[in-house]
Design a protein around this ligand. Structure first.
Ligand code: B12
Ligand code: SF4
Ligand code: SF4
Length: 357
């Protein structure tokens, strides 16, 4: 795997993989609208039956390096998403690793997984002895931190011994739990995805729950707060950024993002993990971030979005207007409420008008 470009790699027998808490996590509703998780949960509850040809899982780990200091309180994009889409890059590296293995061991069966496939990659990395899972629920490599991508190579080869697991080393630290603005951890080591800004800004396509919008700050794609605060990330190495080097085109402020058209979105985010969210949900995020700024000059720039034909965008724009300049917004929103035909937008208008009364 190292020859294919991974910084670290280790293997364990698939038979060792169990997720005893998974069904409880699903039953608690923590997966939100991640519908594919239901399908995956069935597979993940019995991976040996689901992948009968797989004997060994080799986990590849690629460090994308610590981020620069978080940008000013404007438009924040998670560090992992600032370069080329890791799904493409890690998949290619896994394919190279698979081809190298087949060349060495003719007849060996292989399969490659990255992210959207039905195995828990951080749990696999833990079983392979690469690190431990912290209270923020991500993998931490003790001498390298957690700014890393994971990928899996499933093979029909048999490994004799599992590496020893690494002990969990959070100790009494609770920095990640404390910093989370949306209080997304119902308990240490458990995440309620429905409250996580990463889920809200990337996975959720509809209306962002009203009570969470104000807590999202300036994040317009993903969130890094719980990783950034982790003391283990002091050990993160500055690696060759390569395909994950931040793209300069992403260094834009909120007024610039507000001007992004759907056509430009496809160009700017070509080969980027951000393409996945789509222009509509991305602009929704930008509007929410605008509503979280203490900057009334944004009002005029958000205003046209409250007349947008798409109800989702109108709704979030009205929320932002009510926060940016409540008195000014009030007159305009009373007018809009009389003409509004969408029930959700009308409800948003009524709530905003009540707040600004
Ligand atoms: C779904 C998903 C998400 C969801 C859910 C996050 C989560 N914590 O799982 C959302 C959209 C919120 C998300 C966000 C992010 N993600 Co994500 N995500 C995934 C994905 C596709 C599946 C993970 C999964 O199955 N989660 C669901 C739950 C069930 O898993 P779990 O946390 O392991 O839950 C277990 C615990 O709760 C435990 N449990 C339950 N009760 C109890 C009680 C006790 C006492 C204990 C000890 C345990 C316990 O059992 C559960 C089941 O096993 C993986 C890729 C993959 N295929 O594995 C990437 C992955 C985990 N994500 C990744 C990244 C980078 C992120 C973000 C940092 C991106 C960002 N900057 O915005 C954030 C981090 C947010 C966070 N604090 O976790 C990386 C993590 C790399 C690493 N170092 O670990 C992965 C591995 C992708 C990759 N290939 O690199 N992600
Ligand atoms: S990514 Fe952000 S919102 Fe999600 S759990 Fe971490 S700090 Fe909370
Ligand atoms: S911030 Fe502290 S509690 Fe959270 S994962 Fe890191 S060491 Fe563990």
């Amino acid at each position: 795997m190292q020859a294919a470009g991974f910084h670290l790699a280790a293997s364990f027998p698939l038979a060792a993989l169990q997720e005893p808490h998974l069904q409880g996590w699903m039953d608690a509703g923590y997966a939100g609208e991640l519908e594919w998780m239901q399908r995956h949960a069935r597979t993940r509850s019995n991976p040996v039956a689901a992948f009968p040809r797989t004997k060994t899982v080799t986990v590849g780990l690629f460090e994308f390096g610590a981020p620069e200091a978080l940008p000013p309180n404007e438009a924040r994009i998670a560090h992992y998403a600032q370069g080329t889409d890791y799904h493409l890059v890690i998949k290619d590296m896994l394919r190279v690793a698979a081809a190298q293995l087949v060349a060495q061991v003719p007849g060996v069966w292989t399969r490659t997984f990255v992210d959207a496939d039905p195995l828990n990659e951080k749990r696999c990395a833990e079983l392979a002895g690469l690190g431990f899972i912290g209270k923020h629920t991500n993998l931490i490599v003790p001498d390298r931190g957690s700014w890393c991508f994971l990928g899996l190579l499933l093979t029909s080869l048999v490994v004799e011994d599992s590496p020893p697991p690494q002990p969990e080393r959070c100790g009494s630290c609770t920095a990640c739990l404390d910093i989370c603005p949306t209080k997304a951890f119902p308990q240490p080591f458990v995440l309620d995805a429905r409250r996580c800004i990463s889920y809200l800004s990337i996975e959720l396509r509809g209306v962002i729950p009203r009570e969470l919008r104000a807590l999202m700050g300036s994040w317009i794609f993903g969130c890094d707060l719980c990783l950034d605060v982790c003391p283990w990330n002091r050990f993160a190495r500055q690696t060759e950024a390569g395909p994950f080097a931040p793209r300069p085109v992403l260094r834009q402020d909120l007024p610039q993002w507000l001007r992004l058209t759907a056509e430009e979105f496809d160009v700017v985010f070509r080969d980027s993990a951000m393409l996945r969210t789509g222009w509509r949900a991305f602009m929704r995020n930008v509007l929410v971030a605008c509503g979280n700024q203490d900057d009334a000059t944004l009002y005029e720039m958000v205003l046209p979005w409250s007349k947008h034909p798409d109800a989702l965008l109108r709704l979030h724009a009205h929320w932002a207007l009510g926060r940016l300049a409540p008195a000014e917004a009030r007159l305009w929103q009373q007018e809009c409420a009389n003409a509004e035909t969408d029930a959700a937008v009308l409800e948003e208008l009524q709530l905003t008008l009540k707040e600004t009364a």
